[in-house]
Design a protein around this ligand. Structure first.
Ligand code: UDP
Length: 236
């Protein structure tokens, strides 16, 4: 099958990894993600991944409870490393090689990230899981994935969420919300839509990295996006 994209950056939120449990890492959800990812690598797609850490810790919520913001963000970055290790383990258990590259050196938990290492890994059929966000506090993994996607020369950033695209309002709260098939970066910013944070959206715009927001929690959807099926919302 012809694939629409050759090299992708897949962003997974930490929160989605909780599955039905409400906390931590749900191994069923993790296994479903791993299977969907291995399937597209098997078709020759080069895959880089950035995972969030919101299922374990968020710096901003920590600060609200009295944690120092920088330390809280560092805890959040470590949370993304935990999730990345979990995903690499799930991928390897089904025979899909994966390499964890960390923004901050913590060898031997992972190798230190460089874009050359990530590109070597994906060109060799491994999944490159780029952990630790940007390595800096006051950023998010959305910005980390915009940055890594641009660095590795991805054709697109695929933002896998539990919602099936970008809506005029939060569809989980507002039943009148309408979904966009396509929307420009400028309109996302002007309408203040919570697709990604402003920094991440601006980076994608400046560097021409399109984003596809889609529901990753339905098995088979990642393949549909790769095949060019019009599910989700394209931000361009
Ligand atoms: N974080 C950070 N710098 C980064 C990326 C992440 O400080 O470059 C921290 C931040 O505290 C954030 C947490 O890691 O709240 C988890 O990441 P994020 O909230 O993006 O995860 P998600 O919401 O996607 O699960």
């Amino acid at each position: 099958m012809e694939t629409k994209y050759k090299r992708v950056l897949l962003k997974l939120s930490g929160e989605s990894l909780m599955g039905e449990q409400g906390h931590g890492i749900d191994t069923v959800r993790l296994g479903q993600y791993a299977a969907q990812i291995a399937e597209i690598v098997g078709m020759g797609v080069e895959v880089g991944i950035v995972i969030g850490g919101g299922n374990i810790f968020r710096g901003l919520s920590g600060a609200a409870k009295g944690f120092d913001r920088v330390k809280g963000d560092q805890m959040g970055m470590l949370a993304t490393v935990i999730n990345s290790l979990a995903l690499s383990s799930a991928l390897e258990s089904i025979g899909q090689p994966a390499r964890v590259l960390t923004a901050i050196n913590m060898y031997p938990i992972g190798e230190q990230y460089s874009n050359r290492r990530a590109i070597e890994a994906i060109e060799g059929g491994e999944v490159a899981i780029m952990a630790g966000g940007t390595g800096n506090p006051f950023f998010t993994t959305d910005t980390g994935s915009a940055l890594r996607g641009i660095e590795i020369g991805a054709d697109v950033m695929l933002k896998g969420t539990r919602v099936d695209g970008v809506y005029t309002a939060d569809p989980e709260k507002d039943p009148t919300a309408v979904k966009f098939d396509e929307i420009s970066y400028d309109e996302v910013l002007a309408r203040g839509l919570k697709v990604m944070d402003v920094t991440a959206t601006a980076m994608c715009r400046e560097n021409g990295l399109p984003i596809v927001v889609f529901d990753m929690d339905t098995p088979g959807n990642l393949l549909k996006v790769i095949a060019g099926e019009n599910i989700g919302t394209r931000v361009y």
